[in-house]
Ligand binder design. Structure first.
Ligand SMILES: Cc1ncc(COP(=O)(O)O)c(C=O)c1O
Length: 469
């Protein structure tokens, strides 16, 4: 098949793809056409090499086209390319479900047991999975779980939240940009409360060497009490079955809440019989320096949503719930599952996920991310254009950090941030803007990135910041 130049690709996309999908600048400054990728590098259709600071939306955690993950996928493709989701299963779906239980609820319960010196052998609780394809579908499976388990329709979510764009998930994704065109068709069962952003309020400093978030000495009082009151009020109405939250908001602008936030939510859910659903689609599998971001505060959810880095590059996601909760919610199938899809638990995705998890373990990428993330936070804090009218502030944790650019009057420096990202693209660095105002320049690279490559990227970013008027 003939390879097309980027000009041809753009012309074809303009002619044949729905025009709301790929954003293309008329002057050719955005985007590039990806031709191949390996490790931390991406080559475009003109043969230029780029350092990827995005891991392609956080997916390529063990590196692009990690050879072991690719081999596992290829072997599976040649053996069994497709099975029958909820009818005739394949064996790897069972193996992966068991592995996800071990990584989440079993590991958490044995850690809790260590804390409490529980003497009984084996995990106190296990997890049960519903496999899905995209991240939003895992969120929707979790929402259905809560509705079935509690019989309540309401869900508390947070301002700035991004849980995907399906008609179920849209009810709990906050931004009007995504919701308002379809509002007439939404049931609007989501209630949004402010997400407590600790960094913006000066409550937290950058993570310490251990990867733990530290409380700033001069921390401004954080209105958790106010949030608690609003939560109580909503929960007392009696129609809320779940609180859904990202432990660190990703697309919301790398917002890190104060350490007591998740424990508060856990307490509230326990007191009012609601499920705590954590959306770790972005933060999961080591991105924040722990296997899952909830481990920074020791909170165990009722349900966790996983996707992105789960496979390293195949559309497979998972809604994993505590077995008891899942069993209370979902009846045993009598032949026609009430929630399934054609590609449920795709064999290639399952094979790749098992290889990807093994790679994260073999390369000790979670521990490495904690160390590298602590260093990155310190380096990013040194980056600013001293004479510039644009101020920068470090956000995030682990290898999910970024620089938020704000003008002297406090307004988001959106144009400046987008301009820098475009110029960096043409210097060979792929970055993405995060946040509602696209003014956070995100660093979410493959977890395999070296300090040297990060240093290069930071230096290029610092150069560009220095050129701002
Ligand atoms: C936290 C979070 N949840 C859900 C989603 C939706 O995942 P998907 O785009 O695979 O549907 C995303 C995507 O960015 C995400 O960051």
């Amino acid at each position: 098949m003939a390879k097309n130049s980027s000009t041809q690709v753009f012309a074809q996309l303009r002619a044949y793809e729905s025009r709301n999908v790929t954003f293309m600048e008329a002057d050719g400054s955005w985007p590039i056409v990806w031709a191949r990728a390996r490790g931390v590098n991406v080559w475009d259709s003109e043969g230029r090499k780029h350092l990827d600071l995005t891991a392609a939306f956080g997916v390529a955690a063990a590196g692009h086209a990690n050879p072991r993950v690719v081999r596992a996928g290829q072997r599976q493709m040649a053996t069994l390319l497709h099975a029958m989701g909820d009818v005739h299963p394949h064996s790897l779906k069972a193996v992966l479900a068991k592995e996800l239980s071990a990584l989440t609820f079993e590991r958490w319960s044995s850690e809790q047991a260590k804390g409490k010196r529980r003497k009984t052998k084996g995990p106190a609780f296990t997890g049960k999975t519903i496999f899905c394809n995209s991240g939003f579908e895992a969120v929707e499976a979790a929402l259905k779980t809560a509705a079935l388990a509690t019989g309540k329709r309401g869900v508390i979510a947070f301002e700035g939240a991004y849980h995907g764009l399906g008609y179920g998930a849209l009810n709990v994704t906050h931004r009007a940009h995504f919701r308002s065109p379809f509002r007439a068709q939404l049931r609007e069962f989501g209630h949004f409360l402010p997400f407590p952003d600790a960094v913006g309020r000066g409550v937290l400093t950058a993570p310490s060497a251990s990867g733990r978030l530290r409380r700033a000495e001069d921390s401004a009082p954080y209105p958790l009490r106010e949030l608690r009151t609003r939560l109580e009020k909503l929960l007392r109405r009696g129609d809320v079955g779940a609180i859904l939250v990202e432990p660190v908001q990703a697309r919301g602008g790398l917002q890190v809440p104060p350490p007591e936030f998740l424990p508060h939510l856990r307490e509230m859910c326990d007191a009012h019989g609601a499920l705590l659903i954590l959306d770790e689609i972005y933060t999961g599998f080591g991105r924040t320096g722990k296997w899952f971001a909830c481990e920074h505060s020791g909170v165990v959810p009722d349900v966790i949503c996983l996707g992105k880095a789960l496979t390293g590059g195949f559309p497979l996601s998972a809604c994993v719930g505590r077995a008891e909760v899942m069993d209370a919610a979902w009846p045993v199938s009598t032949g026609e599952a009430i929630h399934t899809s054609t590609f449920l638990g795709h064999p290639v995705g399952c094979a790749m996920a098992l290889a990807q998890i093994a790679e994260l373990q073999r390369l000790k990428l979670v521990e490495r991310t904690a160390r590298l993330g602590a260093w990155l936070g310190g380096e990013l804090a040194k980056v600013h254009g001293p004479k510039s009218k644009v101020q920068s502030r470090v956000r995030g944790v682990g290898l999910m950090q970024g620089l938020e650019l704000v003008r002297a009057d406090g307004s988001p420096a959106t144009e400046e941030s987008l301009g820098i990202i475009k110029r960096l693209l043409h210097r060979g660095f792929i970055f993405l803007p995060e946040g509602e105002h696209a003014n956070v320049i995100g660093f979410t690279p493959p977890l395999t990135i070296t300090q040297r490559d990060l240093r290069r990227a930071i230096a290029a970013l610092a150069d560009e910041l220095a050129t701002l008027p």
